[in-house]
Design a binder for this molecule. Structure first.
Ligand SMILES: [Cu+2]
Length: 126
């Protein structure tokens, strides 16, 4: 009887898991080897000062990017689309760094999830 109850729990846990995960069978793309000499490119985006939907921040493909975000006037949460990285809850005046390897080229929106405004475009080019 005890054994039966245990099996039922295991089945439930399994179905709960498969329900929340997508059936993504794609294999991760080949990871490119990042040379140890890769440069770090930094930019500080200050909301309300050098932000704007037409603002373009350019980085070089392959670089280590440090995008520093600060909103001096309000609590915020900033999201970099494409790379799908976020600052998380960002207190007014606090700085957050979104660090990533710029391994995909293109234009990516930097968006405030508080105001839903595009704060800038991150452009990764060769
Ligand atoms: Cu977003």
């Amino acid at each position: 009887m005890k054994k039966f109850a245990l099996a039922a729990v295991a089945v439930f846990a399994l179905s709960a898991c498969s329900g929340s995960s997508t059936s993504d069978t794609t294999v991760a793309p080949d990871t490119t080897t990042i040379a140890s000499t890769t440069d770090t490119e930094k930019f500080t985006l200050t909301v309300g000062e050098n932000s704007g939907a037409t603002n373009i921040i350019s980085f070089t493909k392959g670089a280590n990017v440090e995008l520093i975000i600060v909103n001096p006037t309000a609590d915020d949460e900033v999201h970099l689309h494409g790379y799908d990285l976020t600052t998380g809850e960002l207190a007014k005046g606090a700085k957050a760094v979104i660090s990533f390897v710029a391994d995909q080229a293109g234009d990516f929106e930097v968006e405030s999830h508080k105001t839903e405004q595009v704060l800038s475009i991150v452009r990764i080019s060769e």
